[in-house]
Ligand binder design. Structure first.
Ligand code: ATP
Ligand code: BTN
Length: 237
């Protein structure tokens, strides 16, 4: 059984998920919103969440807590893209390390992972935002892309259920399926060999590779540096 709570308009599904997790709601609880007024991305960046998007958060407890966020982030991204691909026509999406799915350099979906510790890891909230049926006009000022005109279903719920099922399968298959998941990600990461800009260091670099655990290897001033998943904010050229 899976508990899915549908809400019309709220601040952020992350906020509600944290409240419910603190109240003891079980592993796998999902909160979905039609619209968010204070959707957020990494580093408290604003995530614009108009009607038509698929905005949801999942409470993760139990054995999934053993998965590091690098593995988790990649597993979620792959689960989302595997499902989106089934419903897409005419376009191909790719990953933008660490947590985005994009088309033509424009963001289609983003993933946010917030882990709560109390001495040890207590629970994780995973947030997923997909510009699924958003009116392209509503996001024209962002570097964003809506799938509305490229998707073969207008039922957001079907996509949600399939993503949840795929995620469950992929999480249950971990770690045996890691190589397969990692290869799927890497095959859809077109930036190896390309230039990037490291935001917090104000520095240019080149992407050398990904590490086997979902990190990234960069070359800056003849120095090779490894960063764990999400450990650095990059602008891809
Ligand atoms: P990083 O790669 O470090 O995660 P980022 O630029 O992708 O950096 P995020 O924190 O992942 O930033 O995402 C937030 C950014 O996404 C915002 O700064 C905004 O530009 C953009 N954004 C906000 N709402 C949307 C949306 N609905 N669709 C696509 N992009 C959006
Ligand atoms: C990012 O690209 O930094 C992640 C964006 C995550 C957006 C989703 S939408 C559902 C959930 N609620 C939020 O406020 N954020 C996440």
């Amino acid at each position: 059984m899976r508990l899915i709570i549908y809400l019309d308009k709220l601040t952020s599904t992350m906020d509600i998920a944290h409240i419910l997790a603190e109240k003891g709601y079980p592993h796998g609880t999902v909160i979905v919103a039609e619209e968010q007024t204070q959707g957020r991305g990494r580093f408290e960046r604003k995530w614009y969440s108009p009607k038509g998007g698929l905005w949801f958060s999942i409470i993760l407890r139990s054995k999934d807590l053993l998965i590091q966020s690098s593995f988790l982030g990649i597993i979620i991204g792959v689960s989302v893209l595997e499902v989106l691909e089934k419903f897409l026509k005419d376009i191909e999406l790719n990953f933008k390390w660490p947590n985005d799915i994009e088309y033509n350099g424009k963001k289609v979906a983003g993933i946010l992972i917030e882990s709560i510790y109390e001495k040890e890891l207590k629970y994780i909230i995973v947030g997923v935002g997909i510009n699924l049926l958003v009116d392209p006009n509503d996001i024209k000022d962002l570097k964003a892309f809506s799938l509305r005109d490229y998707i073969t279903t207008y039922d957001k719920n079907i996509v949600l259920i399939e993503v949840l099922e795929k995620l469950e399968t992929n999480l249950n298959g971990f770690p045996h399926n890691w190589k397969e998941i990692f290869n799927f990600y890497k095959n859809k990461f077109p930036y190896i060999g390309k230039g990037v800009f490291i935001r917090n260091k104000n520095q240019k670099a080149k992407v050398i590779d990904m590490t086997e655990d979902g990190g990234i290897v960069l070359l800056t001033d003849n120095k090779v540096q490894k960063y764990e998943w999400g450990g650095v904010s990059l602008e891809f050229e």
